[in-house]
Design a binder for this molecule. Structure first.
Ligand code: C2E
Ligand code: MG
Ligand code: MG
Length: 898
């Protein structure tokens, strides 16, 4: 397909050769003008045809256009030759200038236009400015030379007409256009065009210029003779120029075929003539220097103007270069700092991620691989949220949205992010909004794996909120959970419940076996509790031996009762304490909050109250809180504190009820009965406060006051009213008192302090004392008995479980309960029951005292049954000290009188 071009090239070579040879051997002769011009015409025509043909084969449109224009340029020369020939044929000789010169001169701008049309190297605006400055510099430099040697001499030649001088000078001026063309080839045209075509094309233009200059010079010096070998000086460069131009187009067409180059290719070839501007400067100055030697030539002004222009261009070029340099240095510094920052970011321990507005990752540092195990390139262009824990996503979006709205400041998000291994890591992420920064255009997330710190914090928190011994939640955590649960309960409407559990026999274990064992029991209990309750329930150690279970979302009361029963069963199962099976047991109070209206404190207190009531009713059971429990407890609590105060303020007084010998009708003793002289409520009977005093243990200090007081009074009365045997005093002792370790010592001290003979003191205990542990009771009473005091069994007949113990008890007196005395008057059966009791007393050699004699007939019946002693309202009510004193004075005074 390149055949036509090859043929054309061969033809061109042949013609050139022939022509040059013809001239060289002087064969051109007179007619050379016609033949020569015909040959030249043929040559330029062939060149034009080759280039135009080649242009069709270019792949890049710009290159195709450019070559076409260049081809047309060659065509202009062909046109000139043709016109020259035609004019010559018509007029005999072609004049100078002629119409042909018009065509010849079109060659120059067309060539330049073609060259400027070639694809350019991709250039910055400053580069383009530099190119034009360089191009103009080269042109001006060349212009100075041409001016001095051709343009000025031609324009000033004496023998030429002004028109001839003008057109003649137009050729060297047009050569300036070619110089501009060469700089274009050298500095501007894209490398994509190929090295050889450019070199050939540039050389073609240079050769043409050489031809032009040679022709002009020969003409100016008058050496030019048509047809003579001397014309070869101009002829050969022109021939070479045409050849090179055709060859350049040919090679370019071949290369365009071989490879389709990208016009913006960055491959830069070294430009052999890039120093062209400097060369022209040197030439320009050189010519000036040359001209300044010898006589001052006429065209010196033009020279000076050219050189001044050159100097200005050099300065301008320098300014551009300096600015360029500055720009380069700044760019380099920027690149360095960018590189430094990028390296910092790339090697940072934190994970830096840039996401766009919709959460897509647009940049990711490699540290993500180390921290989260994900490959950075896998994360890129994916949604960041997919790595965030589903529960944290909504909050994450909200915070990202906040960060997106505010340009300044940083937002911190704490969320969980998935590691490649599937585990969730606790992460703290700082979000900076750089959406408006064109270099980043996104939200910058700087994330730090916080899991380790969080774990430690969790451990510390766990310690702060859990009981160190049992590992259960502690009181603080329970209260916190309860408060939150109450808030939820209000919102959701599901009831919640508190089970308050108190161990029944823990104190005994702890006191007798030591705290170490006590701790073991607590741990064992906590384990059992844990096994019974659900994972979602909170079990806590509330204090000492108290545990609390918080149950949320209670469906029914049955469910709670089931849990309570399981807990009771768990605690009832014996614990192995130091190789011994020990039953601990527990009591449970249940409090339910229906609508979450109670406070945490109230609910806990309610459960506690219910537990307390449960304990009272008998241990090892559960009790559900009821509203009135509270008032009951409150009353009790108040009573308790009142009692304490009363003991401190000594508000108790002792009244006495005389005990008569039914045989003699004489007073043989007095029973001390305590009364509370309440400042507001007046005198309170023992029934209203003794039970509470027993529960709280306050009976111990209270009882001893009564004991001392009674002993003191009895001693005084014994002295004032001496009888035989001496007056006795009877003091009631409660179970708690007898159980108390200091009991024996206290009784002994009271006797010693007051000087009352031990056998004048009768200590009354109730049968209930026997129920718990009869054997132990017998031992304790024996110890009391050893003091020399007498013992009485009060309220005999009510609830005694086994008569078999009676004979083993070290008692001296049986006090027949009032209920039997009451029954005596209503039925004969009652009377025989009293008779049986009296008979039992007799057989055991016990003194019998009938209690609560209210009527005369009761007294008569008792006398008839030979009951030894009696007391009752009928005989005498219990009276205060003064009244008894008076009574005794009257009683014994009467006798003394009698
Ligand atoms: P108790 O030891 O059986 O005392 C007899 C109670 O019967 C006394 O009631 C007495 O006032 C009452 N009483 C006596 N004769 C009659 C009668 O004919 N008819 C009626 N209806 N009642 C009669 P009080 O003083 O109210 O004492 C009640 C209980 O309080 C005593 O019963 C005793 O168990 C206990 N108590 C009184 N003082 C003390 C004390 O200092 N220490 C202890 N631990 N208990 C005491
Ligand atoms: Mg009594
Ligand atoms: Mg009694």
């Amino acid at each position: 397909m390149t055949t036509p071009m090859v043929v054309l090239l061969a033809l061109q070579l042949l013609i050139s050769f022939t022509r040059v040879a013809a001239i060289a051997f002087g064969l051109a002769g007179e007619s050379q003008d016609v033949v020569a011009k015909s040959m030249t015409m043929l040559l330029t025509g062939i060149t034009s045809a080759t280039v135009v043909l080649a242009s069709r084969r270019m792949t890049l449109p710009a290159a195709r256009r450019a070559w076409l224009i260049v081809g047309l340029g060659a065509g202009a020369n062909c046109l000139g030759d043709t016109l020259y020939l035609l004019v010559g044929m018509v007029t005999g000789e072609t004049p100078f200038p002629s119409i042909a010169d018009g065509a010849y001169l079109i060659y120059y701008p067309l060539i330049l236009a073609g060259l400027l049309t070639f694809p350019q190297r991709a250039r910055a605006p400053s580069e383009r400015l530099k190119f034009w400055l360089d191009a103009i510099t080269t042109t001006v430099g060349g212009g100075v030379v041409l001016w001095h040697f051709l343009i000025y001499p031609i324009a000033e030649s004496q023998d030429a007409t002004p028109m001839a001088a003008f057109v003649g000078a137009a050729y060297p001026v047009a050569d300036l256009v070619l110089i501009l063309g060469i700089t274009t080839v050298t500095l501007r045209i894209s490398d994509a065009l190929g090295r050889w075509p450019l070199l050939l094309l540039g050389s073609a233009i240079v050769a043409f210029m050489v031809g032009d200059v040679a022709y002009g010079s020969l003409n100016v010096s008058g050496l030019y003779v048509a047809g003579q070998p001397i014309t070869l000086l101009a002829e050969i460069p022109f021939q070479i120029s045409y050849l090179l131009m055709a060859l350049a187009a040919f090679v370019a067409a071949r290369e365009a075929r071989a490879a389709t180059h990208d016009s913006t290719s960055t491959v830069q070839h070294a430009r052999p003539l890039s120093s062209l501007p400097y060369l022209s400067i040197v030439l320009g100055y050189g010519v000036l220097v040359w001209a300044s030697f010898g006589e001052v030539p006429d065209g010196i002004q033009g020279l000076i103007l050219g050189v001044v222009l050159l100097t200005g261009l050099v300065v301008a070029r320098q300014v551009v270069a300096v600015r360029e340099n500055e720009r380069l240095l700044t760019a380099q510094a920027e690149r360095r700092s960018e590189a430094r920052f990028s390296s910092l970011v790339q090697h940072a321990t934190d994970v830096v991620t840039v996401i766009d507005e919709v959460g897509k990752v647009t940049y990711q540092t490699p540290s993500i691989l180390r921290v989260f195990g994900h490959a950075p390139e896998m994360v890129l262009n994916t949604s960041f949220m997919q790595y965030v824990h589903p529960d944290d996503r909504e909050r994450g979006w909200t915070l990202l949205e906040i960060a997106r709205r505010q340009t300044g400041g940083e937002t911190v998000i704490e969320w969980r992010i998935r590691h490649r291994d599937g585990r969730w890591r606790h992460v703290e992420t700082m979000v900076a909004n750089l959406l408006h920064d064109p270099d980043v255009a996104g939200l910058v997330l700087t994330s730090r794996d916080d899991t380790e710190r969080r774990t430690l914090a969790d451990q510390l928190r766990h310690q702060a909120f859990h009981d160190t011994l049992t590992g259960l939640a502690n009181r603080a955590l329970l209260e916190d959970r309860l408060e939150h649960a109450l808030v939820r309960a209000t919102r959701v409407g599901h009831p919640l419940a508190i089970l308050f559990l108190d161990l029944d026999n823990f104190k005994t274990v702890n006191d007798s076996l030591g705290h170490g064992v006590g701790d073991q029991v607590l741990v064992a209990v906590s384990q059992r509790i844990r096994r019974v309750v659900r994972e979602s329930d909170t079990s806590a150690r509330f204090g000492g031996d108290e545990f609390v279970v918080l149950i949320e979302n209670v469906c029914s009361m049955d469910e709670l009762i089931l849990v309570a029963e399981r807990l009771l069963a768990a605690c009832r199962t014996p614990f192995n304490v130091q190789g011994r099976e020990t039953v601990i047991g527990c009591s449970i109070g249940i409090a339910v909050s229906e609508g979450g209206i109670e406070t945490a404190d109230e609910l806990l207190r309610n459960a506690d109250v219910a537990m307390f009531i449960g304990k009272e009713k008998g241990r090892g059971r559960y009790e559900i809180f009821e509203a009135d429990m509270h008032s009951r407890i409150v009353e009790r609590m108040e009573l308790e504190s009142d009692l304490r105060q009363a003991i401190e303020r000594d508000e108790f007084v002792v009244h006495y009820q005389p005990i008569f010998s039914l045989e003699t009708n004489r007073i043989t003793g007095l029973e001390a009965l305590v009364r509370w002289e309440h400042p507001q409520r007046g005198l309170i009977a023992p029934g209203a406060f003794i039970p509470r005093a027993e529960e709280t243990g306050l009976i111990v200090p209270l009882g001893y006051r009564v004991l001392r007081q009674a002993c003191r009074d009895a001693r005084v009365w014994q002295d004032r009213f001496p009888t035989e045997p001496p007056l006795t005093v009877t003091v009631n002792l409660s179970v708690r008192q007898v159980d108390h370790p200091s009991c024996i010592d206290e009784v002994r001290a009271a006797l010693a302090e007051t000087g009352l003979p031990p056998n004048s003191l009768v200590l009354e205990i109730t049968e209930s004392f026997m129920i718990q542990d009869p054997e132990a009771a017998i031992v304790r009473l024996s110890h009391l008995k050893d003091l020399g005091v007498r013992l009485a069994l009060d309220d005999f007949g009510t609830g005694f479980s086994s008569l078999s113990y009676l004979q083993r008890l070290p008692v001296d007196v049986l006090k027949v309960d009032k209920s039997f005395i009451d029954g005596m008057s209503t039925s004969s059966q009652g009377a025989s029951l009293v008779q049986a009791i009296l008979g039992l007393g007799d057989s055991l050699r016990l003194r019998t005292v009938a209690e609560g004699i209210e009527h005369a007939d009761q007294l008569e019946q008792l006398r008839a049954l030979r009951c030894g002693f009696g007391q009752g309202y009928f005989l005498s009510r219990p009276r205060d000290h003064e009244a008894i004193d008076a009574l005794l004075t009257a009683h014994f005074g009467e006798r003394a009188a009698a």
